[in-house]
Design a protein around this ligand. Structure first.
Ligand SMILES: [Fe+2]
Length: 283
């Protein structure tokens, strides 16, 4: 088994999420915070300001006039889209590389992350269950961050993991835990702790495959799990672990959803995918 300390030390090789993005995330999770507070944080970060303006002025948004200030951007886009842009900008660097040991080529983990976040947004809007939409968007986007580091260790142990998955009925993350001593959910939660994310966000990352049955009662964790599942059903960049996936049908009942509802989400996601892809290329 791999020395866990060796894995944890590798967290330092990630580019930390900028403090301003973490703060924006925190504000976005608080229903009492305002758009003005978030804009105020952005304007104090020159590179974030530049990126927000660059993206807003791209053809993708199609505004009839140039967006010249963060104030303009926040007014035109609104809180939801500004928060999403900030998150996408802050996380793309860490997630855009290839993860060969997970069967993911260059940019595929990033595409999967963005698609998951997009799906959770659609699913949340279609479902009447109350939830914090910024929280689930972020959680869906970042849930597999542990793979960025664990992938290097999975590569060394791939044969053993493969045998457990193929011949012993393990899911991929169960096999990671058995062979390496840690799975990408646990490592992702550790990274989120280092980056001082909220307790709830850490919880969702740690449980996004619902390996712990008690997490199935948590609406926001269940939404992130279902978004991941929908991506797998769409065949979108899930890599080798998508081939050994646990489907908990009771989660659908708990969320008052049916498989037909998932099909509806898949159709809605397919329709908006083209626009989403252009956003992926911008960040
Ligand atoms: Fe995962």
């Amino acid at each position: 088994m791999t020395d866990i300390r060796e894995i944890v030390n590798e967290i330092e090789t990630l580019r930390p999420i900028p403090p301003v993005a973490a703060k924006i995330l925190e504000l976005a999770e608080d229903i009492n915070s305002s758009l003005a507070e978030i804009a105020d944080l952005i304007i104090h970060d020159p590179s974030l300001t530049a990126n927000v303006l660059r993206i807003c002025n791209s053809a993708n948004f199609g505004f009839s006039r140039k967006v010249e200030s963060v104030h303009d951007a926040t007014t035109l886009l609104g809180l939801n889209r500004i928060v999403k842009l900030v998150l996408l900008d802050s996380l793309s660097h860490n997630l855009s590389g290839d993860q060969q040991s997970y069967g993911l080529g260059e940019g595929e983990l990033w595409r999967h992350a963005v698609l998951s976040a997009h799906v959770v947004k659609i699913m949340g809007a279609n479902n009447g269950v109350p939830h914090n939409k910024h929280l689930v968007f972020t959680a869906a986007l970042i849930k597999d961050i542990g793979k960025v580091i664990l992938g290097r260790f999975v590569a060394f142990s791939f044969e053993k993991i493969h045998i457990l998955v193929k011949s012993h009925g393990y899911s991929f993350n169960e096999a990671e835990k058995e062979v390496i001593g840690m799975n990408h959910e646990e490592l992702g939660a550790l990274i989120a702790e280092r980056w001082r994310f909220s307790e709830k966000l850490i919880y969702i990352i740690r449980n996004h495959h619902l390996s712990d049955e008690s997490a199935r009662d948590d609406t926001e964790t269940a939404l992130v799990y279902l978004a991941d599942l929908v991506c797998m059903m769409m065949g979108m960049s899930t890599g080798v672990d998508g081939l050994a996936y646990r489907f908990y049908s009771d989660v659908l009942n708990r969320m008052s959803l049916t498989e037909k509802d998932l099909q509806t989400v898949i159709a809605a996601t397919g329709e908006s995918w083209e626009k989403l892809e252009s956003l992926l290329n911008l960040v």
